[in-house]
Design a protein around this ligand. Sequence first.
Ligand code: F6P
Length: 510
Amino acid sequence: MTVAEPTFDLVVAANRLPVERVLDAGGRGTWQRSPGGLVTALESVMTGRNAAWVGWAGVPGPASEPFHQDGLFLRPVSLSSAEIAEYYEGFSNETLWPIYHDVIVPASFHRNWWNTYRTVNHRFAQAIAQVAAPGGTVWVHDYQLQLVPAMLRAIRPDVRIGWFDHIPFPPVELFAQLPWRRALAEGLLGADFLGFQRTADAENFLRVCRQLLGMSTKGDTVTFTPPGDDPARRTVRASAIPISVDYKELTALARTPAVLARAAEIRASLGDPEILLLGVDRLDYTKGIRHRLKAYEELLRDKAVAPPQVTLMQVALPSRERVEAYRLLREEVERTVGRINGEYSVLGSAAIHYLHHFYQRAEMVAMFVAADILLVTPLRDGMNLIAKEYVTCRNDLGGALVLSEFTGAWHELHQAFICNPHDIEGVKQTIMRAITTPEDERRRQMKAMRKSVADHDVQQWAADCLEALASAPQKPHRRTRASEEKRRSVERANKANRTASDNASEWMAQ
Ligand code: F6P
């Protein structure tokens, strides 16, 4: 006799579970927290709710039995080794990821990867259908699961379906390259509400619906007749609700004596530099690490900075190591770090401290508290939660943030020292501005950025997304005016900021 699985009013589905299966020294399987920003963001929202999470456990092979952890019901989805290669490394990270990140590296198109992507998305849809309560809410996440909304609707038309895009959504000209563009867009249109990081991402999606699918859009909605036998017209809403961090948890952690002591220890172990520059990134070509190193190398060459007074600690979190572009990037970054250190380090003090490891949360927070300047210079990034985490951890209003204008975070943290990472002179100048700006001015900037994150933390983000989903395709009533006002004020500030940064670059070029 098969026992029916329990069902839940809220089901989250993401490529990864918040925990992953690892083997301990004795070869026994244990569960360990998964790496990654999505898990960090959602975990705090899900914990304590009567909810289920459907996702992959991070290892090949049959799925483990569902289980409860911290009040959450976790429902693992299996992936074979071939599926990991074709659905995760292949279609998700060698086809979609480059297309969605401005084709910084070329995208690969393979029909067998696409077929596997479809198979795995269908498996996710079935697993969700089993655990979603009648009339329940399902919240699907990210580019790995873009077909799930329509597949799930076909099995369970009774549930409300939301999808959130954690990465950029590309301009129609790039999306159009995908041989499966129609199926991908129609997959998303199975949802009631589609959430994006920036208004520009939502607009890109609506443009895809109009220009590639011939659908009609009005404001932030698209109305269409779904393919198949069902003649009912549907309206889907697509709009921006930027993700954030757990402000309360992080500020509290950053204040603990253990973290403060560790921060002092980190500085001491680096020889107590006057200025500690920090970079913390997944080792991904989108993060602009090579551009950052180039700018730093030139500052060393120009003698604008030098160890032991100034040093850079670059944390490169291991990521997608079996994907060729990531392997090549690692080689290049490590070669560059070696060259820079050979040229510019002095006895007892390195120009760059390079660390290719995962770190526990408390250790990362200690690094943020220790650093004088955080360098966040992606070429393209959906949000960049590291930037928001950094300002959140600076209870002391110390520190400074150098931030690329190609991050989602730029739209909210416009008081940061803004740079265009492609403009190496501009990056150098921005780093020097961050170093030389008077402390009271930096403190004012930090205060404003912290307020912006505190006002829109991850709990607020989740509440806004779920509210938007509940009322879609209508806008949720309560927040409309306030969020519109906020959006307009952010846009005004962005415009002013862009003009200021353009003026500064032009001035430098003179
Ligand atoms: O930002 C997109 C994303 O998929 C996140 O959800 C995740 O934390 C990160 O990239 C790392 O991805 P992966 O699961 O491939 O390690």
